[in-house]
Design a protein. Structure first.
Ligand code: GLA
Length: 684
């Protein structure tokens, strides 16, 4: 089963932020903004392809992804290769002005492979080896599997690396689960040995005197992803990251030498999924891409927008939506559709947040297989599904607005920091089951996005000097080097906001020698005296008015006379009564703020308004009704606004000046009225 994809930092800033480098499509004869679909020609007789491709062309589809599950068609028996069908599929697509992204087929090893090489099958944490079937049944660490994966990827690259109609490569498909096979375990032990040198060093860093965990040898160390020493668990995640990176690198190295430089290499990621560290993986990839599916019954555009921003942050440039749903999926508990109009709304939101391609999964219903119920553009009979017309409209609109969008990207003055180490560390020891990292990030992201209309989501060590405000919602793991990076940012005039639980752990997931925020205590001039999980709301009041905290509350203490108490807890459990909840210290032109509680939305929104105002961040377009999203993409001498009305009521927006309404024939307008789920694309 597919893992459901779920669902920001400044001041001194001398020049507008240059966060995302424009990533227009770099191949000839294709428009700058692409509509696409996942196409599985191997499931259909060639005689039917033209009908499908005609319909794609009529929908303004300019790219298809092909091949990512077609290993048994490419190599039906070991060493027997069939490429003619793929040659033809690429040529036929090209004849319809459709370019191809080739997926390496390694997420679905064929039966002959797993039968002959059973050691390539994945082993679960409880020691059970997968049998052949379903997909993703391989071990990411197995040498033989890597050899076979390298071989098939290399053969594809030799054949298609210079094919003018192949524009890029997707490695595997939705990298996800680790394996606990003996080879993976041995590799983990070797990884630990390399990292720590001696077992004595590991014992010290992991604090193994606790519960008699002291090891005499690396080989004794259990391999677990749950219920273990948090230091072990954190290192396991890092090992899993490195193993997925080398797994991917194995295929990148097979493709790169044979591929034209114009062909990009990417993989399709899964939004909030945190099985490994995407920042590390993306160092070896050319662009980021993700599969944008709504994980909950309702489309929350803020969550979805944050996940676009998260993906843009992997490479700090524009990205692709490699897959998205044509109204509905088949893997949720209830696969209710998006409302009519919301598919278009989502497509434009992707572009607004920096995608240059939106591809639907999938083009046509499969004849059989586990996904017969999934949303499609055309049905089993090859005729359009009801959603086809809406997607066709999107395609026509991408063509209309493409030139204006070419070379443009979103740019933000505000950043949210997202750290895999911190998310993992909190998940290992939540302390409150309600402390959900995604929800915590969204609590800070929402008001920032609402009020500034542009937010980057970046890794903790990303360059911060372009941002006026940087917010780290729960930067739990905060080693000294990261602290130095943040201190430098504040000293240069940046406004740093830390959320609860920040600065508690070092790089080994051990408690810092100082209380929170550990290495930032000096800069803040204050610290946490005690943390508390909350079973209900407690009152909080101060400069931002009165409200509540829930889930988490830390009592703070200001130790420097320059450190101000902005908010305090009211009467509750005695421990919190009257204690500081938010501290802030000005440092030159910059500042550091520590928010010790999970505050209610209204209160956090008011504090956010103060932070943005102090830092001089203004909305891109003022006075926009709630539920209307403003996205801006800028490039050299270009500003394009994308307005999306996520509401079910009609809304009007007054523009900052006269603009061309690109989807309405280029008429010059000073305001627009957007119907329910309406979109306007406006060029300055
Ligand atoms: C994932 C996979 C696709 C398909 C879709 C269905 O994203 O990458 O192969 O299974 O889910 O939603």
């Amino acid at each position: 089963m597919r893992l459901a994809s779920i669902a920001v930092m400044a001041g001194l800033i001398l020049s507008p932020v240059t966060f995302a480098v424009a990533q227009a499509t770099n191949y000839a004869n294709q428009p700058p903004v692409l509509l696409g679909a996942a196409w599985y020609p191997e499931q259909w007789p060639e005689s039917q392809w033209d009908t499908d491709l005609d319909r794609m062309e009529a929908a303004h589809i300019h790219v298809v992804r092909v091949g990512e599950f077609a290993w048994s068609t490419m190599e039906p028996e070991e060493g027997v290769y069939h490429w003619e069908w793929l040659d033809h599929a690429i040529a036929d697509a090209a004849a319809h002005h459709i370019a191809v992204v080739l997926g390496t087929p390694t997420a679905a090893p064929p039966a002959w492979l797993t039968e002959k090489y059973p050691q390539t099958l994945r082993v679960s944490e409880d020691g059970v080896r997968d049998e052949h079937g379903n997909r993703q049944q391989f071990s990411f660490a197995d040498e033989k599997y890597r050899e076979l994966a390298h071989d098939i990827a290399e053969r594809m690259a030799i054949r298609y690396g210079h094919n003018p109609d192949v524009v890029g490569w997707q490695i595997d498909n939705e990298l996800a689960n680790p394996s606990f096979d003996p080879e993976a375990k041995a590799q983990f032990h070797a990884w630990l040995k390399k990292k720590y040198g001696t077992i004595a060093n590991l014992n010290y860093q992991w604090g193994t005197a606790y519960w008699s965990q002291t090891y005499n040898d690396f080989d004794q160390i259990p391999v677990r992803e749950d219920n273990e020493n948090p230091a072990l668990l954190l290192d396991w995640k890092r090992f899993v990251t490195d193993t997925w990176v080398s797994y991917t690198e194995n295929q990148v190295s097979a493709i790169r030498p044979h591929a034209d430089p114009r062909q990009f290499i990417t993989t399709n990621t899964m939004g909030w999924f945190n099985g490994f560290d995407e920042y590390k993986l993306h160092k070896i990839l050319d662009i980021a891409a993700w599969d944008d599916y709504i994980a909950s019954p309702n489309y929350d555009y803020m969550v979805n927008g944050a996940l676009h921003d998260l993906t843009r942050g992997y490479k700090r440039k524009d990205f692709w939506v490699m897959e998205t749903e044509p109204a509905f999926v088949n893997w949720r508990r209830t696969n209710n559709p998006l409302n009519k109009g919301q598919v278009r709304d989502m497509a434009w939101q992707a572009i607004g947040h920096g995608a240059n391609t939106v591809e639907y999964w999938q083009w046509r219903a499969n004849r059989n297989g586990q996904e017969e119920y999934h949303g499609v553009l055309v049905g089993i009979d090859g005729k359009p599904a009801p959603v086809y017309a809406e997607i066709q409209q999107v395609g026509a609109e991408f063509d209309k607005a493409g030139e204006a969008l070419k070379g443009t990207s979103p740019h933000s003055e505000v950043a949210v920091i997202q750290s895999y180490d911190s998310r993992w560390a909190i998940d290992f020891q939540r302390h409150s089951a309600r402390f959900d990292n995604g929800a915590e990030m969204m609590a800070f992201y929402r008001p920032l996005r609402e009020q500034s209309q542009a937010v980057d989501v970046v890794s903790p060590m990303a360059p911060l000097d372009g941002y006026k405000v940087v917010v780290a919602p729960a930067l739990n793991v905060l080693p000294q080097a990261m602290a130095d990076h943040l201190i430098a940012y504040v000293k240069q005039g940046g406004h740093l906001v830390l959320g609860p639980r920040s600065g508690m752990k070092n790089a080994y997931d051990a408690l810092q020698p100082e209380r929170q925020p550990g290495p930032l205590v000096g800069l803040l001039g204050g610290s946490v005296t005690q943390f508390y999980a909350l079973a209900g709301m407690v009152p909080v009041s101060g400069v931002a008015g009165a409200g509540t905290a829930d889930i988490w509350a830390e009592t703070l203490e200001a130790t420097n006379p320059e450190t101000k108490v902005l908010m305090r807890y009211g009467k509750s459990n005695g421990w919190l009564d009257g204690q500081p909840a938010v501290l802030e210290r000005q440092v030159g032109k910059g500042s550091i703020t520590y928010v010790g509680a999970w505050l209610d939305d209204a209160l956090l929104s008011k504090l956010t308004a103060m932070w943005l105002q102090d830092a001089g961040v203004k909305p891109l377009v003022a006075g926009v009704p709630a539920g209307v999203e403003v996205c801006e993409r800028t490039g050299e001498d270009k500003t394009v606004l994308i307005l999306i009305n996520h509401n079910t009521s009609e809304e009007s927006v007054t523009l900052p000046g006269t603009m061309k309404n690109l989807l309405a024939g280029g008429a010059e307008v000073t305001s627009v009225t957007l119907p329910k789920y309406g979109v306007a694309v406006l060029d300055q």
